[in-house]
Design a protein around this ligand. Structure first.
Ligand code: SF4
Ligand code: SF4
Length: 369
């Protein structure tokens, strides 16, 4: 029968949170739930979990494989099914506890989707993880639309120490076009910012982060302004790269060119670590970055460190990167958009080739690469 939903798929759809949870493939391998190895034997520092409901998500973001109106969503939500296998939450909690006894888990992250059950279920899932592994740090990647200040306080009281907000869009216009009313989604730019600011005041400096995606139609200037705003508010910005999902509204949209990704990564790093001012960035008529008024040695030092090109995400208990999301912004076999480990010498050759630093004019000193 055409369009019949396979039995196994139907069964999965009814294994809902809080009793069941999806887990990233890298985290499933890390916990021994799936066989395999992550690229270059890199470890996965964060156990990323995702709520599961039969309907996927009631929001309708145009780039997301969980979107409500994604064509064919009911029949074959393949990306999330293959890449994020489903397990009983208590089993995952046990595996986390077991790994805690053998060297520790860097962090656990529970992602909400847009669903009326998502808030209560988040609290329930935090309790289940902490019942098994009482001191493992837990982030909540929240859907701001489900929250208010009281709920944020309750989430903190339950033991979550970091809040991530999927802002995703770098500007109000991009937000509206990709996840606001234009897309028949319930999300609202102002409410998202209200929750970001409330969370910042409740959870403290750098215990709140915004996920930001490059490639949703924003300009470089919008990204720069957002990074500066977040940095000045002591809110972390974690950069993701748009990667078109088959069957989504944006499935035919191109990814940001790698050269642009590398330059934005570098500029973001300089804003966050060297207080780079927007006045030191040269933009063209299209608001693209074309030059940096930065000493060549500063630029070269940042490049040489490899740090700008690593995945950025929540830290572990020692303050080191935990959430390195192998394959988070690219698929196995594709070029790294962000590196889940420090780039090695051969990686740096590739990065230097991609970034074409010689094209970024510096005012104070020539850059030699
Ligand atoms: S709210 Fe999140 S999970 Fe839901 S459609 Fe938007 S991006 Fe996807
Ligand atoms: S950076 Fe990772 S751990 Fe932190 S909120 Fe985002 S997905 Fe969760």
């Amino acid at each position: 029968m055409a369009n019949a939903v396979p039995m196994a798929v139907q069964a999965e759809q009814f294994k809902a949170s809080p009793d069941y949870v999806r887990i990233s493939m890298a985290a499933a391998i890390e916990l021994g739930l799936k066989p395999g190895r992550i690229m270059r034997n890199c470890s996965c520092g964060c156990i990323n979990l995702l709520q599961n409901y039969p309907e996927g998500c009631f929001a309708n973001c145009s780039y997301c494989g969980l979107a409500r109106e994604r064509p064919g969503a009911a029949e074959e939500n393949t990306f999330i099914r293959v890449a994020w296998p489903l397990y009983a939450t208590d089993l995952v909690a046990e595996k986390i506890a077991s790994k805690e006894t053998k060297g520790g888990v860097g962090r656990v992250c529970i992602s909400q989707v847009q669903d009326s059950r998502a808030y209560d279920d988040l609290l329930d899932m935090v309790r289940r993880v902490h019942r098994a592994a009482p001191v493992v740090p837990i982030s909540a990647l929240v859907s701001a639309t489900t929250l208010d200040e009281d709920r944020l306080r309750r989430i903190k009281a339950e033991g979550v120490d970091i809040i991530g907000v999927g802002l995703d869009a770098a500007s109000e216009k991009v937000f509206e076009n990709t996840r606001g009313k234009t897309t028949r989604s319930p999300h609202d730019w102002r409410h998202h910012w209200h929750i970001v600011r409330a969370a910042r005041s409740i959870f403290g400096a750098y215990n709140v982060n915004c996920h930001v995606i490059i490639g949703l139609g924003e300009s470089d200037r919008e990204l720069v302004e957002l990074f500066c705003q977040l940095h000045s508010g002591q809110i972390a910005a974690y950069l993701f790269s748009f990667n078109p999902e088959l069957g989504t509204e944006m499935q035919h949209e191109a990814r940001a060119p790698i050269e642009r990704v590398r330059r934005i990564q570098l500029v973001k790093h300089l804003i966050e670590t060297r207080e780079l001012s927007p006045d030191a960035i040269v933009f063209d008529d299209m608001d693209g970055v074309t030059g940096l008024d930065v000493p060549g040695m500063t630029l070269e030092g940042a490049l040489e460190s490899g740090l700008p090109f690593m995945t950025d995400g929540c830290p572990d208990r020692a303050g080191n990167l935990a959430c390195n999301r192998p394959y988070g912004s690219y698929r196995p076999g594709e070029e790294y958009r962000d590196y889940p480990f420090p780039p090695q010498a051969a990686d740096m050759v590739v990065i230097r080739d991609e970034i074409r630093l010689e094209d970024i004019r510096t005012e104070t000193e020539a850059v030699v690469v």
